[in-house]
Design a binder for this molecule. Structure first.
Ligand SMILES: C[S@@+](CC[C@H](N)C(=O)[O-])C[C@H]1O[C@@H](n2cnc3c(N)ncnc32)[C@H](O)[C@@H]1O
Length: 253
């Protein structure tokens, strides 16, 4: 049995023991890690790629940049569904996430290239300078406070090849989650309490406008700024209201 087949047979319980490193896990909001682990075990996460990711591939990578192969780092890869999409289109994908169950599911597509990490740890022991054609983070960067986000962006910049591309999304203040903020902290995070369908507390680093978006993702140079709003009930004021997110596509000069 090769390594990939072995990983397909590893149960998610076993993956939970794979997290390396001596560092105590950073304190996260009380329910975060275990709740997410349980959620992924119950089928949380996309089963198909999101429309804006497909359009990023079709319009930007394939049509505009003629980039249809190479290495992608999928930061906060979740169950790996977007990595699978890129792999199906000719890319080699590497994924990292902090949730054991998510990585277990991601390993079914990426094998050993899906790695369980500590929240906000440096990734320099896994990846090196100028390794990736694309660094990709869909809906995963806005869980970080300002200083962890800055460190993460700097590392992703380092891991991108010169001429490499980044694709990042951030939750905007137009998103209905911003109406559900209960507290804002100096570190950039806001406490958002979801009381209806989702019933959970989450901590989000919201972006107010495109200028702030560019500022966050410097030193990348901007190619495109965009947005998406997948499915919203205009009349809803809870977590099913506006789902607006910003998209940042940049390059390492
Ligand atoms: C909304 S899900 C998106 C998953 C995936 N990127 C997708 O597009 O389907 C957010 C993911 O970000 C991960 N995440 C949150 N904070 C993280 C951190 N500090 N480092 C790495 N991953 C993180 C979560 O574990 C979760 O899998």
């Amino acid at each position: 049995m090769n390594k990939m087949e072995e990983l397909k047979n590893v149960s998610c319980k076993e993956t939970k023991t794979l997290r390396g490193g001596e560092k105590e896990m950073d304190k996260l909001p009380a329910d975060s890690l275990e709740a997410y682990d349980e959620k992924y075990a119950k089928g949380y996460g996309l089963q198909y790629p999101d429309g804006h990711v497909i359009r990023f591939y079709e319009r930007v990578l394939k049509h505009e940049l003629k980039l249809t192969k190479g290495k992608i780092l999928d930061f906060g890869c979740g169950n790996g569904i977007h990595s699978k999409y890129f792999m199906d289109h000719g890319f080699e994908c590497y994924g990292v996430d902090i949730i054991p169950e998510a990585i277990c599911q991601g390993q079914k597509f990426m094998g050993e290239h899906a790695v369980l990490i500590e929240p906000n740890q440096s990734l320099k022991k896994f990846f090196h300078k100028d390794q990736f054609d694309i660094v990709f983070a869909n809906q995963s960067l806005y869980y970080m406070n300002n200083s962890d986000l800055k460190k993460c962006v700097d590392e992703l910049y380092e891991f991108a090849k010169p001429g490499g591309i980044c694709f990042f999304t951030m939750m905007s203040r137009l998103n209905c989650y911003a109406n559900l903020i209960e507290e804002e902290y100096d570190n950039g995070l806001s406490k958002v309490v979801l009381k209806n369908r989702l019933r959970e507390t989450t901590y989000i680093n919201f972006v107010s406008n495109p200028e702030e978006l560019e500022q966050i993702f410097r030193p990348f140079e901007t190619l495109h700024i965009g947005c998406y709003d997948l499915f919203s009930f205009l009349s809803s004021e809870d977590e099913d209201g506006c789902s607006h997110h910003y998209i940042y596509i940049g390059t390492k000069k």
